[in-house]
Design a protein around this ligand. Structure first.
Ligand code: VAH
Length: 314
């Protein structure tokens, strides 16, 4: 049976680029994009699109049957900053959408699942530098708690029911194709927009807040690679650490100033500083590199050049 893909949350920060990439690989008609609303005209108009509520099991099951879906990429979630303002809904959305997709796989209605975790599963007691794949995990955010619980359930459904679910702990992701979406790392997206539109940026984190980051092109490639890997290459069924670079607001501002010399950054830390301080500064992703050949391409310099190039065209 050929691969038929359903992306839930296709209009989100990862979903928009993932949809386009999967359509170039598997064919437009074989990739059904879906979201709670038609929030991205490019995604909606570039191929099959369905409105679906990630919390409605019957709606998802119906789409799987109608389109004969084999693989589901579940990208719908509330991110860290937004989740702190809506804890109950964040838990409901982040967890119950996962249970719906895991249970469809348990019932053999779909073959494979991709589910995104995050470095937010780590907390203030986790070793900060070169955080290992296996270590102390006491997340102190609603988002991080939901991702840690989700990882446990993915591993459980794999070991007990044989579900082929694969997951990556994304670092902060930076892309030009969709605006910032409620994440603590999204300062690193907004700064490029503001550098071009205003020449200044007021950062909601302090200048030396170092966090693991990755350009969206690399994150999408990793997502494709882990799903294409043979099942026996996937030795970790909770979620894989993944990294590319780490930087501070000072460092990304200095990189932008190489192209926009007059750019100025100011700092006004808010509630998101406490979230950022609870996360690692850098990540050891040697398991992903060893098990399924992960390697990143973009560093801070090449990412900044690509971001400014694309955003200045918009
Ligand atoms: C967030 N971008 O900031 C997400 C990510 C590691 C951070 O999970 O919430």
């Amino acid at each position: 049976m050929n691969t038929k893909i359903l992306i839930i949350g296709a209009c989100g920060q990862i979903g928009t680029e993932l949809t386009h990439k999967l359509r170039t690989i598997y064919g437009t008609e074989n990739v059904i994009a879906s979201d709670i609303r038609k929030m991205n005209t490019d995604v909606v108009n570039s191929g099959p699109f369905e409105v679906v509520n990630a919390l409605d099991f019957n709606q998802i099951e119906h789409l799987v049957e109608v389109h004969q879906i084999t693989d589901v990429y579940l990208m719908a979630a509330l991110l860290s900053a937004t989740a702190e303002k809506n804890p109950a809904f964040a838990w409901d959305l982040n967890m119950n959408s996962l249970f719906h997709v895991l249970n469809l796989a348990k019932a053999k209605k779909i073959k494979k699942i991709f589910w995104p975790s995050s470095i937010a599963v780590f907390g203030p007691t986790t070793p900060k530098e070169n955080t290992p794949q296996y270590t102390i995990m006491e997340p102190s955010t609603v988002y991080g708690i939901s991702k840690q619980a989700g990882e446990r359930w993915c591993e459980y459904y794999h070991h007990i029911f044989g579900v082929d679910v694969r997951s990556i702990r994304y670092p902060g992701l930076i892309s030009w194709s969709s605006p910032p979406g409620g994440g603590t790392t999204d300062y690193a997206v907004d700064i490029y927009y503001k550098a071009l539109s205003q020449g200044t940026y007021e950062c909601f984190l302090s200048s030396e807040t170092k966090m693991p980051m990755m350009y969206m092109d690399d994150a999408i490639q990793a997502t494709i690679d882990i799903m294409k890997a043979d099942a026996d290459q996937i030795k970790i069924r909770s979620s894989y650490n993944l990294a590319a670079m780490s930087f501070t607001p000072t460092e990304i501002a200095a990189e932008i100033k190489k192209s926009i010399p007059d750019f100025e950054i100011t700092y006004k830390p808010d509630f998101r500083q406490q979230i950022a301080d609870s996360w690692p500064a850098s990540i050891d992703d040697s398991s992903a590199r060893k098990d399924w050949g992960w390697k990143h391409k973009f560093d801070l310099t090449s990412m900044t050049q690509d971001m400014l190039l694309h955003l200045s065209k918009q």
